[in-house]
Design a protein around this ligand. Structure first.
Ligand SMILES: [Cu+2]
Length: 485
């Protein structure tokens, strides 16, 4: 039970915001205080160590797993009627290698349809592959089978539901997990961790709070921001021993920037592929769906807050509805005498540049008001003037070609663009951002701006989708189909 009934959402209407705030406070009060977005207390982490989600690791070229999507998981250390896979949120971390076969039996114990998207995995979108058109009814199971190409880059991917109309509710409820493609260079790190970030709002009884129409229009942001399902855990470390953090933004809508007190974040990979070389940065910005792998090298004992700063999505309300300011996501607790970690390799196995494009097309994301003369009061989320229709072919691409796409945003909010299965290399953007030069799969398209990208449709044929990764927008229709044949 997600407890996000349409009747209730409608009944709450504009009062939903106040109810949600009161609800979260009430729920937290049942068992000690829980800080919410806007509270910043660098010393405020719990003593709980950062959890490691269960790992399911491929053997002899195969990984066979069963995932059961159901309500009833621990959230922030308490039992909640939130959602999880196999009884936990995040679900187990799946680990495969290039060339492996991944078989997933997904059983739906929710009260609504669901399915699975292997976000970032470059696999076939057809049949029982990474097919966003699959619908698994409550009580039913579906057998997915993914053949990971032998030349698949090693990196950090993730999985989550993708049933149109219910994606935001199900992800917000807690349905997400990491999916790692192992391999790549041996890095001089003492630890390798997944940091999967989600947000959620809970009612006093521990059920997922209803979301009103305003939050859906803007893209909901939860009162609680969690890492691996925990609220402000601590990350133990030893001086001179570096750690690789695979950060996943699994939030429904929240764009955030992370910084670590007293340390640079040395970025080595973006969206599941290595950068050409490590880059020490003061912060890492992640849109919903993005992954960033960083190496953290503690040199001396102390406690250092990992701080999440809100990023304005264009609505003038930093970070969205009610996230006022920075918050502590976790605290790095370093022990041991001062020491330096070994240096990272100067170069990393980044993919070579995408070939030049032989065709061009553009597509426009737009959020506007519907109804007569635009006064209907109903937000309309469109791509090229149309809401999503799974039966309509929107972009037909010749297999084997490289295209240059210009994604435009004619509305007032930032929209993160995501294309399934075929990653893209950003060539330029209207905001003049530096480009990584490597393939990515989610990129922010600025309000009133554009992003130009190169896409190689050379790996798989089939039919899939591209959409806004503010999943409330996707559910409202900001998604389109692409057919490669
Ligand atoms: Cu959007």
């Amino acid at each position: 039970m997600t407890r996000i009934s349409r009747r209730r959402a409608l009944a709450l209407g504009g009062a939903g915001l106040a109810a949600a705030i009161a609800g979260a406070a009430g729920w937290a009060a049942t068992d000690g205080p829980i800080a919410r977005v806007g509270d910043l207390d660098p010393g405020g982490s719990t003593d709980e160590g950062l959890a490691r989600p269960a790992e399911l690791v491929a053997r002899d070229g195969r990984l066979d797993v069963e995932l059961v999507a159901a309500a009833g998981v621990r959230v922030a250390g308490r039992d909640a009627r939130a959602l999880g896979y196999n009884g936990s949120s995040p679900g187990p971390t799946l680990r495969v290698r290039p060339g492996d076969e991944l078989a997933v039996r997904l059983t739906n114990r929710l009260d609504q349809p669901t399915n699975l998207h292997t976000h970032g995995l470059r696999v076939s979108p057809q049949g029982n592959g990474d097919n966003p058109f699959v619908q698994i009814e409550p009580g039913a199971s579906f057998d997915y089978r993914y053949r990971v190409p032998a030349d698949h880059p090693p990196g950090t991917q993730w999985y989550h539901p993708h049933h149109h109309g219910m994606v935001a509710d199900q992800l917000f409820g807690g349905l997400a997990g990491a999916l790692l493609v192992d391999g790549g260079p041996a890095l001089p790190v003492a630890d390798d961790r997944v940091l999967l970030v989600t947000d959620i709002t809970l009612d006093p009884d521990g059920s997922v709070a209803a979301v009103g129409p305003t939050d859906r229009m803007r893209g909901r942001e939860g009162d609680l921001v969690l890492v691996n399902g925990q609220h402000r855990p601590m990350v133990p470390a030893t001086s001179g021993h570096a750690q690789r953090w695979r950060i996943v933004n699994a939030c429904t809508s929240r764009v955030f920037a992370l910084r670590l007190e007293g340390h640079p974040l040395t970025r080595i990979a973006q969206d599941g592929t290595f950068l050409p070389s490590p880059v020490a940065e003061s912060q890492a910005v992640l849109a919903p769906g993005n992954r960033t792998d960083v190496v953290v090298s503690p040199v001396g004992a102390g406690r250092f807050a990992l701080i999440l700063d809100p990023v304005d999505r264009g609505d003038g309300m930093m970070g969205g509805t009610r996230s006022g300011g920075p918050l502590t996501l976790a605290t790095l607790v370093v022990d041991g005498p001062a020491a330096s970690a070994p240096a990272l390799p100067a170069t990393l196995p980044a993919e070579s540049a995408t070939a030049a494009a032989t065709a061009r097309r553009s597509t426009t994301f737009r959020m506007g008001m519907g109804g007569p003369m635009g006064g209907g009061g109903q937000a309309v989320m469109t791509i090229d003037g149309r809401t999503f229709d799974p039966d309509r072919d929107d972009q037909i691409v010749a297999a084997g070609t490289v295209e240059e796409w210009t994604v435009l945003n004619s509305g007032p909010l930032t929209h993160p663009f995501h294309l399934h299965v075929w990653p893209f290399t950003v060539v330029a953007a209207s905001d003049g951002r530096p480009t990584t030069g490597v393939p990515e799969d989610v990129t922010l398209v600025p309000a009133g701006g554009w992003v130009k990208m190169r896409i190689a449709f050379t790996t798989h044929t089939g039919r899939s989708v591209y959409h806004c990764h503010i999943l409330d927008h996707e559910d409202a229709g900001m998604m389109a189909t692409v057919v490669v044949r």
